[in-house]
Design a protein around this ligand. Structure first.
Ligand code: T46
Length: 135
């Protein structure tokens, strides 16, 4: 499985750093939604689903966390700790987020609006979908 991590351009000067993200330029899709999670309790693991169509970029803009990516055949863990790095997570990838530092803010740029029917929340259903896709 190929892990796609973007290193966004940092506009730094003596005042500090600034990162700007534009759809189709820095981000490979139209950004229809932005959400973020913070104040994550110690030991929490979130996610446990895949998406049928949604594409996303995960950016840990403060603190750190780990992301488990699973395509049904292979699993990879990515450590996010830099506010200028973005992890691309395509549809059909099972994801789990964990090991959040107490100050972690994980921001997500999404290619579509929130839609519960786009979620695959059962791991066996996910494996079945992944198997059929790879046929
Ligand atoms: C994903 C990972 C990385 C909304 O009302 N609108 C939204 O846009 C989102 C994302 C969530 N919600 C509600 C639904 C739940 O009641 O917020 C609550 C927590 O959402 P969820 O349990 O789905 O959160 P995670 O951390 O398990 O997963 C989220 C995204 O849902 C998911 O698309 O890929 O982050």
């Amino acid at each position: 499985m190929q892990v796609i991590k973007y290193a966004f351009q940092q506009h730094g000067d003596d005042r500090g750093q600034l990162v700007a993200l534009e759809e189709f330029k820095d981000i490979p899709f139209e950004i229809k939604r932005v959400y973020y999670m913070y104040d994550t309790s110690e030991g929490v693991r979130r996610g446990f689903h895949a998406h049928r169509n949604l594409e996303q970029i995960l950016i840990c803009i403060h603190g750190s966390c780990k992301i488990l990516l699973d395509n049904g055949k292979e699993k990879k863990v990515v450590f996010l700790e830099k506010p200028y790095e973005g992890l691309y997570v395509s549809n059909d990838i099972w994801r789990e987020m964990y090991d959040f530092s107490s100050d972690a803010v994980l921001m997500v740029l999404a290619s579509d609006y929130y839609n519960e029917s786009d979620y695959i929340r059962n791991y066996d259903d996910f494996l079945e979908t992944a198997k059929n896709k790879n046929k």
